[in-house]
Design a protein around this ligand. Structure first.
Ligand code: SF4
Length: 127
């Protein structure tokens, strides 16, 4: 958990894992953006206290864009593009037990992927 929080705060990992899949899911991207927004706001207040409002507002706005919004936007773009490409090839995409928002099999309660189809096609039902 601490590793995940540090990854989000420091933006220290790339967008893809070793297999070329997106490293983050939607919830993690939103959580990371909120965490970075909170730290930016706290830093903005500290800057306001020590340097004044004339520095605090422009620095906070620049950080909100460059450290919070843009990284989250890039993560979402990579995640959406990669999942759309994976779903085109995935058997589960046409199954009634598939939840596309989380790439999740509702029947087996597991994430699915090109290398991992929990039922191996045995429980596939048309949607
Ligand atoms: S039941 Fe099988 S085919 Fe359907 S979503 Fe789950 S793993 Fe995929």
């Amino acid at each position: 958990m601490l590793d995940f929080l540090a990854d989000q705060i420091l933006l220290r990992r790339g967008l893809y894992d070793q297999e070329g899949r997106p490293r983050l899911a939607t919830g993690a991207i939103v959580f990371g953006a909120l965490l970075r927004a909170l730290s930016t706001i706290l830093l903005g207040f500290a800057l306001w206290h020590y340097a004044g409002v004339e520095y605090s507002i422009p620095v906070s706005l620049a950080l909100l864009w460059g450290y919070v919004v843009y990284p989250a936007y890039r993560q979402l773009v990579v995640y959406s593009e990669t999942t759309a490409k994976i779903e085109e090839e995935l058997l589960c995409n046409t199954c009634r037990h598939y939840n596309s928002s989380g790439q999740f099999c509702l029947l087996y309660d597991q994430h699915v992927g090109p290398e991992h189809i929990p039922c191996e096609g045995m429980d596939w039902e048309p949607s």
